[in-house]
Ligand binder design. Structure first.
Ligand code: G3P
Length: 279
């Protein structure tokens, strides 16, 4: 009888059982379609990327997750910014890591996108996580330039503390193009979901599933340009969740959803939501 029950469970719920080894964040938004709409740097087609305006808009649009990038200020505070320098998104120039937080706070990060966003403040990770709790999950991408060999006291350690202080541990997934981040997470917070962002130079000839296994990842993230049919087969055959960036074209969204992706990063989460709902 016990064997019969076990077989029944295996046959009825193969996905949930087999995917148990991969930990993904809770999605505070009700998500009946099981597909994750990820607002890339916030709803960044409509508001300046990686700003409070872009994140709040993503929440309003009912995206299930926001993706943001973090680096460290000179005084070691995790700040939200994509580029290594402030040149593109502020009126100043120089490396993010050469500015103290107080100096970054004197800059504004909205006018480059549209004058109506002029005065948008440079956000810290702690500020963003203060309003995402139970509203939206967050993919924290750690920028390579802020990563060092030391786990303790480094950017991963600092980000983990902020996540804990905000009480959002179950609503976060980390990712990075620098695979030392995977090792640091494994050491400091082995239960925290982490996604491998495909980087050819660190991957050798390993397939996506081999990379996920090697770094004890929970998901595989890559560009839609990199996603081959062989990779789809490799990932789906092992039930590994995969998330694809950055897709703003409706036809391409549809194609990638049909390939079995678990989620898509888009600058237009409203459009992606509509595509998912109409499929
Ligand atoms: O994390 C997915 C995607 O955002 C990676 O590309 O260049 O936007 O950091 P990038």
């Amino acid at each position: 009888m016990k064997l019969f029950c076990l077989l029944t469970i295996l046959l009825v719920q193969p996905y949930s059982l087999m995917s148990q080894e991969y930990k993904l964040p809770n999605l505070p938004t009700h998500n009946s379609d099981d597909f994750v709409v990820i607002a890339h740097r916030g709803a960044s087609a409509y508001a300046p990327e990686n700003t409070h305006s872009a994140f709040r808009l993503a929440i309003e649009m009912k995206a299930e997750m926001i993706e943001l990038d973090i680096s460290l200020s000179k005084d070691g505070v995790p700040v939200v910014v994509h580029d290594e320098t402030v040149d593109r998104t502020t009126r100043a120039t120089g490396n993010v890591g050469d500015f103290e937080l107080e100096e970054l706070k004197e800059l504004e990060t909205g006018a480059w996108f549209d004058e109506k966003f002029s005065g948008e403040p440079f956000p810290t990770l702690a500020e963003v996580l203060s309003y995402t709790k139970d509203k939206i999950a967050v993919n924290i991408e750690i920028k390579s330039e802020a990563v060092t060999d030391n786990a303790k006291g480094g950017i991963v350690d600092k980000a983990l503390r902020i996540v804990k202080e905000a009480g959002v541990e179950d609503q976060i997934i980390f990712s990075s193009f620098d695979y030392r981040v995977m090792e640091h997470l494994e050491k400091l917070a082995p239960g925290m979901p982490k996604a491998i962002l495909y980087d050819k130079s660190q991957s050798g000839n390993l397939s996506p599933s081999q990379l996920v296994k090697k770094y004890k990842g929970d998901a595989f993230n890559c560009s839609h340009r990199q996603l081959s049919n062989a990779w789809v087969e490799d990932l789906t055959s092992k039930n590994i969740p995969f998330f694809i960036y950055t897709v703003n074209d409706e036809a391409l969204m549809e194609k990638i959803i049909k390939k079995g992706a678990s989620g898509i990063f888009s600058d237009k989460p409203d459009i992606l939501k509509r595509v998912v709902e109409n499929l």
